[in-house]
Structure formats: structure tokens, C-alpha cells
Write a protein that binds this ligand. Structure first.
Ligand code: NDP
Length: 238
């Protein structure tokens, strides 16, 4: 996989963690990268737009700015995400809504808003950052796991609808990756995950970014509707 044409690539939550590693990998490949950030400083090296993805009009404005500066996104990576760790009976409506409105609804909105630009280009890559627990389920993470498994339905429907136009839609399902989000997992639970991970280490943001870089590449043109685990084998075979 060599240098890639400078297509416009948009990554949500590209200011830290996995999203930042994805943005760096795509930029290094030659893509024109833009990212959203919600708080803190914008990352250096890409176009950065302040945006809370929960707010549909902010997301729309961010896409307009990106389109004006570097053309309509031909690669989108829906990465911004949160988790609330509560069992089903302790999950209030607000908590459920916060997780869905951050993880799932913006993925749909971003995909929908990007279709026309991708159709015009006759080319597109949609990538959704899900989680292995979206495949396995996970006690104490009902909203999170539901939001993540729904991404598969979203991607596969997009794959059917947009495949004839050269647009692919795929899901990446990370295992435990060493970011601030993983720091929120109880140590005992983290240890359990490690025991169930054949490669016996946590992943790095760069491990995930390499998978995304590939799925976003020109060479990945015959892969769509796939769920690619980047998990050290955690949850394999599902
Ligand atoms: P981090 O907590 O390190 O980063 C989360 C990112 O999402 C930040 O950029 C954050 O922006 C952004 N974000 C959260 N809420 C919003 C919002 N409302 N609007 C805009 N941006 C928002 O987590 P990771 O990098 O680990 O997670 C990235 C993705 O990978 C998530 O979807 C997560 O579910 C998924 N994942 C992570 C795993 C892990 O073990 N780390 C495992 C499996 C999946 P800000 O800095 O502004 O808050």
C-alpha cells in the first residue's frame, strides 16, 4: 500500500486516542485530513473543527467547513465515542441517550451527509469504529454495546445501498486499546480481557489506525460490509 491520492478524509474525535492515530496515519498516506475536536486544543497537522457530535447542527456546520476548505469528504471515519458502565437496571434514560447520541446517531448523520459527495466522486470509504464488545456483549455496558453492534447494521445497509457506486462501508472492532477510555475499565475487568486475548497485550491506537488506513485505501476496493477485529484475538470467530 503506497502513497495514496490526496482525497479529503474526515475523522470525528481526531484530537486524541485512536482518532488522532487514525488522522496521523491517513495524513501520512497522503490524504487531506480534517478532524473534529470537542474540548482542549486542536491537534497540529490537520484541519481541525470544533464540534460536539451530539449536536446535529454542529456536525453539519463542521462538514460544511471541511467541504469548503478541502472538498467533500470521500473518506469518513466515525470514531468519537464514550462509554457509560452500568448494568441494565441502573442505566437511566439520560445515560442511554448520551451514549446513543454520541456513538451511534452521529455515525448515521455523518454517513448520510457524505453520500452526495461520494456519489459525485464515484468513490467513497465509510469506516465505523465499533468495539469487540459490540460482538460479544459485555456485562455492565448495555448502552455502549448496543450502540456499537448497531454500527454493523448501519455499515452493512450502506454497503448494499452504495456498493454499486464504488462506495464501501466497513466496521473496525478494537479490543482493549491503551487510551483514556480503557483507563476507565475496572482493573479486574481489564485483567480478564487480557486473559482472553491470545496476543496477551493491549492494543495501541496505531494498531487500529493501520487497519483503518488499509480499509480507507484505494487497494481495499473489494472489501465492504466487513467487521474487522483489531483485538489481539479477543472475541475471535464471532
Ligand atoms: P478516548 O476517550 O481516548 O477518545 C474519545 C474521543 O471521542 C475524543 O477525541 C473525544 O473528544 C471524542 N468525543 C467523545 N464525545 C464526543 C462528542 N460528544 N463530540 C465530539 N467528540 C467526542 O477514546 P478512544 O480513543 O479509545 O476511543 C475512540 C473510539 O474507539 C471510540 O468510539 C471507542 O468506543 C472506540 N473503542 C475504544 C476502545 C478502547 O479500549 N480504547 C475499544 C473499542 C472501541 P474530546 O477530547 O473533545 O473529549
Amino acid at each position: 500500500m503506497g502513497k495514496q491520492p490526496p482525497r479529503s478524509a474526515f475523522v470525528t474525535g481526531g484530537n486524541r486516542g485512536i482518532g488522532l492515530a487514525i488522522a496521523r496515519a491517513l495524513a501520512e498516506s497522503g490524504r487531506r485530513v480534517s478532524v473534529t475536536y470537542r474540548q482542549g486544543r486542536p491537534p497540529l497537522g490537520f484541519m481541525a473543527v470544533r464540534c460536539d457530535v451530539k449536536d446535529g447542527s454542529e456536525l453539519e456546520r463542521a462538514l460544511q467547513q471541511v467541504t469548503a476548505e478541502q472538498g467533500p469528504p470521500e473518506i469518513i471515519v466515525s470514531n468519537a465515542g464514550i462509554t457509560h458502565s452500568t448494568v441494565v437496571t441502573a442505566t437511566g434514560q439520560q445515560s442511554w441517550n448520551a451514549v446513543m447520541n454520541t456513538n451511534l446517531t452521529p455515525a448515521f448523520r455523518l454517513a448520510r451527509a457524505s453520500v452526495s459527495g461520494m456519489l459525485a466522486a464515484g468513490w467513497g470509504r465509510m469506516i465505523f469504529i465499533s468495539s469487540v464488545v459490540g460482538l460479544t456483549g459485555s456485562a455492565g455496558q448495555v448502552a455502549y454495546t448496543t450502540s456499537k453492534s448497531a454500527m454493523t447494521g448501519l455499515a452493512r445497509t450502506l454497503a448494499w445501498e452504495l456498493g454499486p457506486h464504488g462506495i464501501t462501508a466497513n466496521v473496525v472492532a478494537p479490543g482493549v486499546i491503551g487510551t483514556r477510555m480503557a483507563e476507565g475499565i475496572r482493573p479486574k475487568r481489564r485483567d480478564q480481557f487480557l486473559t482472553m486475548t491470545p496476543l496477551r497485550r493491549y492494543g495501541t491506537p496505531e494498531d487500529v489506525a493501520e487497519a483503518v488506513r488499509f480499509l480507507a485505501s484505494e487497494e481495499a476496493s473489494y472489501i465492504t460490509g466487513a467487521v474487522l477485529p483489531v483485538s489481539g484475538g479477543l472475541g475471535m470467530g464471532l
